[in-house]
Design a protein. Sequence first.
Length: 158
Amino acid sequence: MRPDQIALVINSFELLPSVFDRVADKFYDHLFDLEPALYPRLKNDRAELRRQFTLALQVFKKLAQPEEFKTGVQQLSYTLARLGIEKWHYTVFRVALLWALEEGLGRNFNYETKLAWSEACYHLINALRQMAGRAETVALGTPNLPIPEVKRGGWLFF
């Protein structure tokens, strides 16, 4: 990711507190509309879902610090593996997140910000996919596997 895109993603967090619950609710509503099979895998307690959403979004705040980003990816990957989330679900999460951010932030989610978030999602998804097999192993009890380097391969837009 380019530094200006990282800055756009991180700076957009300043806009989230006032609309956070709305964005989180829209994210999960849209996620379950897109992929109903995820509904039973995730707890239906909205407070717990918002907590998980917060933890997932925290990884994006670490984009400018590669080592912290890797640690965040590792933790998120373990959580997703424990929930039974599969690699192909990551793209559904991305679509739901971008839609929820656009709905929640409105005009503040302009083309450049959407592009930056799309790139950040791609970056995160690529890292999660590389980590997925290891996370499943760790979720089953083998700790401390190294996190692979994230390789940039192309654009994903919807």
